[in-house]
Design a protein around this ligand. Structure first.
Ligand code: DP6
Length: 366
């Protein structure tokens, strides 16, 4: 039998034969993250075309509690409640995900799950929840393994596997299992990095970046017209794909250096270049599409002006949508909050903004 490391790295058939798992409950709170160097383009199975780097957030998170019990003769099953209401879309997605995980966690087939999940960020805010949601589920599966099979020699192995599993659910979710700065994707000069799971960059980050602020400005509530999944696919055959993947590798190296040196100017240049390149890739795919809204551009222009006129190092990044992440060192908070209220508020939906900052990673709640 051939083993594909991308999906079978942790295959362990032993785990089904140790008797019946009793009923119980496990819960994790897992945060969202925002990429500074973007993952855009993938190869089978769920492997990135280039390494990406993100900061993990603190206040934007998913809380998921899974109740599990022995399955009846119908086998593995999932019932999913999102904010107290049965959600068929998440139910189907989670069931498919759990089914695809059976080679890695053979005990899944013995269980039935009732899952209750909620996000701290408004449902209609257009904020992707796959990173926090999928990482919470991955942590729950690994925690089940830890509880009943005691297979992890240490915490590091536990989180590495959780990152690997989260990646299979959603690429960006692999980075959410760590706090601070994470890199997903093999990176020259950064030992420990891999395409299979994310890696926490714990050493040498300049203190200015450890409590960086991210205010997520909510520009539009509408559902995205093109999913990230479809967007990644459009990078196959994209005329600028090769150059883009090379550029991301270089940008990651430069950004990592800037994070270590506390070099704000380079930090700003690279993250804004990454944000605009991501959207440039969308605008130059075939078919092309546009996720920025007029409010997005208005905000970006005001950020440029404010930075230049006030000499305050505010900067922005974007994910695959119209919302703007306004990033700045915490020491400028007293100047930045009035700027948001007075100059940017007018471009925001009634949901306003999510005031966030770099966080310390997931937490077990049950
Ligand atoms: C623009 O992780 O959502 O946010 O692996 O298909 O689930 P899938 O894609 P996803 O893509 C995220 C794209 C991005 C950039 C990033 O987070 O690196």
């Amino acid at each position: 039998m051939t083993v594909n490391p991308s999906t079978d790295f942790y295959r362990n058939p032993e785990m089904q034969f140790r008797g019946e798992i009793p009923s119980g409950r496990i819960g994790w709170r897992s945060p969202s993250n925002i990429a500074l160097v973007k993952y855009w383009g993938k190869k089978p199975v769920q492997l990135p075309q280039n390494p990406s780097m993100s900061i993990t957030l603190k206040n934007a998170y998913t809380e998921t509690v899974a109740e599990y019990m022995p399955a009846d003769e119908r086998g593995m099953d999932v019932v999913f409640y999102f904010h107290g209401e049965r959600n068929e879309q998440f139910e189907k997605k989670t069931k498919n995900f759990f089914e695809s995980m059976q080679a890695t966690f053979p005990f899944i087939g013995q269980l039935r799950f009732v899952i209750r999940s909620k996000n701290t960020f408004p449902h209609s805010a257009g904020i992707a929840s796959s990173a926090s949601g999928m990482s919470a589920l991955a942590l729950i599966l690994c925690d089940l393994e830890r509880k009943y099979f005691d297979t992890f020699p240490n915490e590091e192995e536990f989180f590495r596997k959780a990152s690997y599993i989260a990646r299979l659910g959603s690429g960006s979710a692999s980075r959410s299992v760590y706090g601070g700065v994470s890199v997903w994707g093999e990176t020259e000069g950064l030992p420990g990095t891999s395409d299979l799971y994310a890696f926490p960059v714990r050493e040498d980050i300049h203190p200015d970046f450890l409590n960086y602020r991210d205010t997520i400005l909510l520009v539009d509530k509408g559902q995205k017209k093109v999913s990230s999944r479809a967007g990644h696919e459009l990078m196959n055959g994209h005329p600028f794909a090769r150059q883009r993947f090379d550029q991301a590798r270089k940008n990651l190296e430069i950004l990592l250096n800037a994070l270590k040196q506390g070099d704000l100017e380079t930090f700003i240049r690279i993250i804004e270049l990454e944000a605009l390149t991501l959207h440039a890739m969308m605008m130059t795919s075939d078919p092309y599409y546009l996720l920025m809204k007029p409010g997005t551009l208005n905000i970006i222009e005001r950020i440029f002006d404010f930075r230049e006129n006030e000499n305050i190092p505010v900067s922005f990044t974007l994910d695959a949508g119209p919302n703007v992440h306004l990033l700045y060192p915490v020491t400028y908070r007293d100047k930045v909050m009035p700027f948001i209220e007075n100059e940017l508020r007018t471009f925001l939906t009634d949901a306003g903004y999510i005031d966030d900052e770099v966080g310390r990673g997931p937490e077990k709640i049950i």
